[in-house]
Ligand binder design. Structure first.
Ligand code: GTP
Ligand code: MG
Length: 315
């Protein structure tokens, strides 16, 4: 999706009425908004200064304008929130939980618990702020048909939450192939306009791409598409102060026998686009271990936790 496809209404904080006022005043594209002052925008669209500034910042982000002031960056980062992953060890490892405004990648082998974490975060983000959540909804892009409403029910019940409401607040779509998956991420931008989305889960980020682009000759194309897909996701994270959580497999199949079996699929593209990366594995006595491999500000380390009927719990 190029910036030409982005309408005024796609900006966070711009509803139909505001867009109309802006267009009437001749501000009909993102660049004209991005270069306005908050005072001018406030006057034209009859908005408060804080809201105007937010819209301007959003337009600048969509346009990927190279420079932003340290203050803009600081103000945006100050808004960053955390979602509890369910176990205090895991949250501590992450410095409080999964961040908004960036992509967090959970990778690991078959059965290591990636999907369980995606489910748990989808429940937890709905909890009130101060209780590990953001009181916001979820978009769940399910590429392997492994979204299980019953698991959401178990986890919600365990937290004393209303099961139906919890399920209602998760907007699930099954992706049938990689193009469909990318399309769903584009469509997620529309959902983010009408619903208050605090978390976008893509489980699995790479499985469809891996299945479709098998030959060596197709690798570059696969990586380009993955890069575009992740750029869309990152834009959602930034423009809606949402967390993006993606899961990824490791290269443990026999045809990769000379590769590192704990290496994530998707190579540099996925690694570079994910600010925070955790490697999940099975530990002793049924326990689970998460290793923080990459983080913008937390040291490397490990956390031990359990997967129980009620969800992700302290070990
Ligand atoms: P792939 O998608 O196949 O790569 O695996 P994954 O990493 O997504 O694994 P997943 O999250 O599906 O984890 C599966 C594991 O979670 C199972 O082996 C169980 O140990 C655990 N699990 C799943 N459901 C339940 C449940 O209802 N109760 C309990 N106690 N554990 C569960
Ligand atoms: Mg899974």
């Amino acid at each position: 999706m190029s910036e030409d496809d982005i309408e005024l209404e796609d900006l966070n904080g711009v509803g139909a009425k505001t867009a109309e006022k802006l267009r009437e005043a001749g501000y009909d594209d993102l660049m004209s908004i991005a270069t306005m002052s908050a005072g001018d925008l406030g006057e034209v669209a009859d908005l408060g200064e804080k809201k105007s500034q937010k819209i301007i910042t959003g337009a600048r982000q969509e346009l990927d304008i190279g420079f932003e002031s340290g203050k803009d960056r600081y103000d945006q980062k100050k808004e960053m929130k955390k979602i509890s992953a369910g176990a205090s060890n895991l949250d501590d490892l992450l410095g409080g939980g999964v961040d908004t405004q960036s992509i967090t990648e959970f990778y690991g082998e078959y059965g290591s618990g990636k999907t369980q974490i995606g489910h748990q975060l989808s429940v937890n983000v709905q909890k009130p702020e101060g209780e590990g959540g953001l009181d916001r909804d979820v978009i769940y892009i399910d590429t392997e048909d492994t979204f299980v409403p019953q698991r959401i029910e178990d986890m919600a019940e365990d937290q004393g939450m209303d099961v139906e409401e919890t399920l209602d607040r998760i907007h699930v779509a099954r992706a049938f192939n990689s193009d469909h998956q990318m399309l769903l991420a584009d469509e997620a931008q529309d959902i983010c306009q009408s619903e208050d989305i605090g978390l976008i889960v893509v489980d699995s980020l790479t499985a469809q791409f891996r299945a479709e682009y098998v030959g060596r000759g197709e690798l570059a194309q696969r990586q380009q598409k993955l890069n575009r897909h992740m750029a869309t996701l990152l834009r959602l994270a930034n423009s809606h102060n949402a967390a993006v959580v993606v899961t990824n497999q490791v290269m443990s199949n026999p045809d990769q026998m000379f590769g590192d079996p704990t290496k994530a699929i998707g190579g540099h593209i996925v690694a570079h686009n994910s600010a925070t990366r955790l490697y999940l594995r099975k530990g002793k006595k049924g326990k689970r271990v998460a290793k923080l491999v990459d983080s913008p500000y937390m040291p490397e380390g490990e956390a031990v936790y359990n997967i129980e009927d009620g969800g992700i719990k302290d070990a």
